[in-house]
Write a protein that binds this ligand. Structure first.
Ligand code: FUC
Length: 720
């Protein structure tokens, strides 16, 4: 986080494996003994007794998970600056560089900072447009009690420490490269006098190797990173960063035109969005869209941890909700934009996390439920906790089923059979095995139900929340489809199909609403932030206009829920309204999110805290307004995606263009429109699958060849 201050600048930095705690299994060894009684009490309607029993015996040990930690701060003091004018601060999304420029003492100064994925360093350069004017002191410190800073070479400071006794150890190193002037270093910091320019290279590491092992040497890791740079120039470092970042970022462009408001600083633009509406500043919507993509590239790259509640940008020792991974919406929402906005590689850390959860979740499945396979409840942390936490709302066993949907969707978007066979299918199969054992027969209806559970995060402890059944059904259906594609596990797949048919179906209640629970107890004025029973509308795809009654019931519930509250709850509503093709309502939720829940740097909020899910959800929501793709005939070997072009284009965006959005299965889409009407479509087929294009009542069935491009006008007529 580059705060951009002058003459006092603070750069707060993190490393994504710095967490409280240490390798630990959160499962309570005797929890399973109480499962039978818990289920029995719920069956008898003794809900309070069930909740009491659950609180006493069924939650994890300890009851809360561990927190993600801030690492350290660079504190720069610019010497003798005098009067500062023409101050300007920006984050350039086209190059992922934070910049500050200003004028002082007849010199124009510039600070540039970027975090390089290929070189694993943060680079900060300070220049003046006249020689000999860069003078500053720099200190490096950490909010952790067990920490100290030392000069370890004439040009290098090291910050070392440990989060807690027996916990994760850490080190960061800062190296200075100066052009002209004088540099002195001691344990207090670095002083630069009268340089033409100065560059700082910052790297950081911890002792974390895996959730089971924290024995790495952070000093050695830092040294290896700095050695590998081998005195490369600032220009070379920046070129490597640009190449890496732009390869991802430039895959998608989005343009809605611009108005005078786009020239205002963000705080004023947000104020105008609040006062006058979002309609007068379409470029703010495109900015939010691209900011979400920037944030995903910046916080979720191969080899790192998945983006947590604060992405990577937490500066508190006791962050809200521990800045961990909440799996009853938040972690998943972080990854909603990954496939559709052409950042499929950014899923890597999420998939690595799932690999670990399969291991720890196996123990929880056995210990709590006596089931095979693996289970995850509503949160996890660096130690891959999978047991129910906090309170009874933690007793929600379908977090793993939801995460498996990301594995399956990755296959649908990319057609990567290797991935399906070796990463996705084993995890999906394990999760399915869990539910084969876990589901129990409801004596009244004969349906298979999920118990005990909780509809996120609306009590009480219950039997069979709608969300669970939607997730388990989707998981099992996809596992059957995957087994078919891989031509394996035929008997297992047949069994899954059989069980799947017996799971309690979606229920339509007395107000014609989609029910959240097995009982018809929904309240029309319930505008809860969670949209759980609408999972099958988005991100799932089980509720479609093909079943008009259910589709209408889902829309009824969506209408009841009203406007968002937290940022992420607005974002989920954008995607849902997009799926019922209501662009006005979707736009209203997007406007609410941007004008009520975004901080002046565009970070999304949950309550009064920064929480990144709404940023990612906004990006995914905007994509959903422009392009939707569903499989028409899942279950058959040959699948045809139906690609809906501009299915919910807001009327306030009459003219625009987008390039590089991704549709299932392996099709990239560019579109342009004017006066609210499609004018041009370009498809690029990566896998050679057939598809059906849809736009405003028109359809076009198209066979494609891998690697070829197809162009059409707004009437879906081929053009040269
Ligand atoms: C879920 C939400 C809260 C918050 C938390 C991190 O529990 O219900 O609003 O986002 O996650």
């Amino acid at each position: 986080m580059v705060f951009g201050g002058v003459p006092e600048e603070r750069i707060q930095f993190n490393e994504d494996t710095l967490w409280k705690g240490q390798p630990h299994c959160y499962d309570r060894p005797d929890a399973g003994k109480f499962l039978g009684e818990l289920r029995q009490l719920l069956r008898e309607g003794q809900v309070e007794d069930a909740e009491r029993l659950a609180r006493a015996h069924f939650l994890s040990d300890p009851i809360r998970q561990k927190a993600y930690q801030p690492f350290g701060d660079l504190r720069l003091h610019f010497i003798g600056l005098g009067n500062v004018t023409d101050y300007h601060r920006e984050l350039d999304l086209d190059s992922a560089v934070a910049r500050v420029t200003y004028h002082a003492n007849d010199v124009t100064f510039q600070h540039e900072a970027f975090a390089s994925y290929p070189d694993q360093v943060i680079v900060l350069r300070i220049t003046g447009n006249q020689p000999g004017h860069v003078s500053l002191t720099l200190k490096m410190d950490s909010p952790h009690k067990i920490s100290q800073t030392k000069a370890i070479a004439p040009d290098t400071l090291a910050l070392t420490g440990q989060v807690e006794e027996g916990g994760v150890r850490f080190e960061s190193r800062l190296r200075v490269l100066n052009t002209g002037g004088r540099v002195t270093t001691d344990d207090q910091g670095i002083t630069v006098e009268k340089a033409d320019a100065v560059t700082f290279l910052l790297t950081a590491a911890t002792s974390f190797k895996s959730f089971q092992d924290i024995s790495a040497d952070p000093a050695q890791r830092c040294a290896a990173v700095l050695d590998a740079l081998n005195r490369r120039s600032f220009d070379a470092l920046r070129a490597a960063h640009f190449a890496d970042y732009r390869r991802l970022f430039e895959r998608v462009s989005f343009n809605l035109g611009s108005t005078a408001r786009a020239a205002l600083p963000l705080d004023q633009r947000l104020q105008k969005a609040e006062d006058l509406g979002l309609a007068g500043d379409p470029a703010l919507a495109t900015l939010c869209f691209q900011f979400g993509r920037y944030l995903l590239i910046a916080s979720s790259r191969s080899g790192g941890q998945a983006a947590n509640l604060q992405g990577i940008w937490n500066d508190l020792l006791t962050p809200p909700w521990e800045s961990k991974w909440t799996t009853n919406i938040n972690l998943e929402m972080n990854y909603w934009p990954a496939e559709v906005t052409n950042l499929t590689e950014c899923n890597g850390p999420l998939f690595d996390l799932i690999d670990d959860l399969v291991v720890t979740g196996h123990h929880t499945a056995r210990t709590y439920y006596g089931c095979s396979g693996w289970v995850l409840h509503h949160n996890t942390d660096l130690w891959r906790a999978t047991a129910p936490i906090n309170n009874i709302e933690g007793i929600w066993p379908t977090g793993g089923a939801w995460l498996c949907d990301h594995l399956w969707q990755h296959y649908l978007f990319t057609g990567d059979k290797e991935f399906l066979a070796h990463r996705a299918y084993p995890a999906m199969k394990g999760a399915s095995e869990f539910f084969l054992d876990f589901l129990t027969k409801d004596p009244k209806t004969g349906w298979l139900v999920s118990t005990p559970s909780y509809s996120p995060e609306q009590g009480p402890l219950t039997i069979g929340p709608t969300l669970d059944h939607q997730l388990i059904r989707a998981l099992m259906e996809h596992t059957v489809q995957a087994a078919g594609l891989l031509d394996i596990d035929h008997d297992f797949a047949a069994k899954l199909s059989e069980v799947c048919r017996q799971i309690a179906p979606n229920q339509i209640g007395r107000y014609d609403q989609l029910q959240e629970w097995l009982q018809d107890i929904d309240r029309p004025n319930n505008n809860h932030r969670h949209m759980s029973p609408l999972w099958a509308l988005y991100p799932g795809s089980d509720i479609t206009p093909a079943d008009p009654l259910l589709f209408a019931a889902a829309k009824k519930l969506l209408t009841w829920r009203g406007d968002g509250s937290t940022g992420w709850s607005y974002a989920w509503r954008i995607t849902l309204w997009a799926r019922v093709y209501d662009s006005d309502e979707a736009f209203r939720q997007l406007s609410g999110l941007i004008s009520h829940q975004m901080l002046p740097n565009l970070f999304d909020q949950c309550g009064k805290w920064f929480q990144i899910d709404g940023n990612f959800g906004a990006t995914a929501g905007i994509a959903e307004l422009l392009l939707q793709s569903q499989l028409v005939a899942p279950g058959r070997r040959e699948w045809t995606p139906e690609i809906d072009l501009l299915p919910a284009l807001p009327k306030d965006w009459p003219t625009g263009s987008v390039t590089g959005l991704c549709a299932r299965t392996g099709i990239e889409v560019d579109m342009a429109w004017a006066d609210g009407t499609l004018t041009r479509v370009v498809l690029r087929s990566k896998l050679g699958t057939p598809c059906r294009l849809k736009y405003f009542g028109r359809t076009l069935d198209l066979e494609t060849e891998a690697g070829r491009e197809y162009r059409f006008d707004g009437c879906l007529q081929p053009t040269p």
